[in-house]
Write a protein that binds this ligand. Structure first.
Ligand code: G3H
Ligand code: 13P
Ligand code: ZN
Length: 381
């Protein structure tokens, strides 16, 4: 199937009250595995590349210094892989830009084959956020591409939920933002946080979500709610990594139960990155422990060296530097590279199988009324 915009998938999740995971990728084998496991579970799929993931897959090993040219190259590599694997799959697949920060990046990603983009203006003032989001909506919708905005700052303070100092999303601001920008979906701040340290026993402020959904219902507006920073940080993975010499102090996630309650209160899209990073890195560390002879491999010995020199690293990008060909294009130069990438794939599948099932999108592939970019373009105009 061709890659489609996100709106039909999120509208369906809203209509049938289930959650749709949106999973971050940083290599071609992660893309392959993510599409495969969604297809096995007969779930629609949202594959997402963050701005820096695009830079990395454009060949920028020190991805934090990515330039727009790196991002443009990476978007093409990601786009090519997603369109290739989606073509042979019978599920609807979306390619979504995660946390885009400006119009240039948005354009580079759409040129590379993205069918959905996020513009994250949450660190700007309300007015500036609306302005840049409106600009992106105008550009993207004219091409049939869906847009996610963000309002509120993640890692909100526990008290003063509806006060003026709160970093949580204010429901009335959300209404104004949605009305004035025309976004298809909105990332809200309601107690989640990026990364592995989300705090113990996090309780999500579902009243924020419920208020926004109720206001939207009264106004007759459709906009899907997005939960960022939603990794569950499985305890067994923290323990596995510890046994392998990798420590993640105070690692705590959002419980699956909390996310399921949020889905029942109106969350449609759930973003997960850190859980995948952990499983992939655990698998690579375990692989070199089990196959000592591979530690000196001509082609993958460099990955082992990086893992060894950085025992606490869980972001695979920090150790993929010596196998960039396979990362960027999926080319396996020899059987060692192929074997290591199999471990990467298994890590992705391990996490996604659990979350797709828990969020409730398994088996839902036929509920989505697929629309092409061309169809959506006509609907948006
Ligand atoms: O929030 C999304 C991702 O975890 C972003 O990670 O900016 O390091 O690519 P990154
Ligand atoms: P995690 O760090 O909780 O995986 O969040 C990922 C995310 O929000 C990507 O946009
Ligand atoms: Zn995020």
């Amino acid at each position: 199937m061709p890659v489609i915009p996100i709106k039909p998938i999120l509208d369906t999740a809203d209509k049938y009250h289930y959650g749709q995971g949106a999973f971050n990728v940083n290599s071609v084998s992660q893309i392959k595995a993510a599409i495969e496991i969604h297809e096995i579970l007969r779930s629609p799929a949202i594959i997402q590349g963050a701005e820096l993931a695009n830079g990395f897959m454009g060949g920028r090993v020190d991805f934090k210094n990515s330039t727009i040219d790196d991002i443009r190259r990476g978007a093409r590599n990601i786009g090519e892989a997603v369109w290739k694997y989606a073509e042979h799959a019978k599920i609807p697949v979306v390619l979504h830009l995660d946390h885009g920060t400006n119009l240039e990046v948005v354009k580079a990603c759409i040129d590379g084959g993205y069918t959905s983009v996020m513009i994250d203006g949450s660190s700007k003032s309300f007015e500036e956020n609306m302005e840049i989001t409106r600009e992106v909506v105008k550009y993207a919708h004219a091409r049939g591409v869906s847009v996610e905005g963000e309002l509120g700052v993640l890692a909100g303070v526990e008290d003063h939920v509806f006060s003026s100092q709160s970093t949580y999303t204010n429901p009335l601001d959300a209404l104004e933002f949605i009305k004035k920008t025309g976004v298809d979906s909105l990332a809200i701040s309601y107690g989640t946080m990026h990364g592995p340290n989300k705090g113990k026993n996090v309780k999500l402020r579902r009243e924020i979500l419920i208020a926004i959904k109720e206001i939207l219902r009264l106004e007759g507006l459709q906009c899907s709610m997005v939960s960022h920073g939603s990794s569950t940080i499985p305890r067994y993975l923290v323990e596995d990594l510890k046994v392998l010499g990798s420590n993640m102090p105070d690692a705590e996630g959002i419980s699956v139960h909390e996310i399921q309650k949020a889905i029942r209160s109106g969350i449609a899209k759930i973003n997960v990155d850190t859980d995948i990073r952990m499983a992939v890195t655990r698998n690579m560390r375990e692989y070199f422990n089990l196959h000592e002879d591979k530690q000196k491999s001509f082609s993958i010995g460099g990955v082992y060296k990086d893992l060894k020199n950085h025992p606490d690293v869980v972001d695979p990008r920090q150790v993929f530097g010596s196998i960039m060909d396979s990362v960027m294009t999926g080319t396996m130069s020899d059987s060692d590279v192929a074997d290591l990438n199999k471990e990467v794939e298994k890590g992705v599948m391990e996490i996604l199988a659990q979350l797709i099932t828990s969020f409730g999108s398994a088996g839902k592939m036929n509920l989505v009324e697929c629309k092409s970019l061309e169809n959506m373009k006509k609907i948006y105009i």
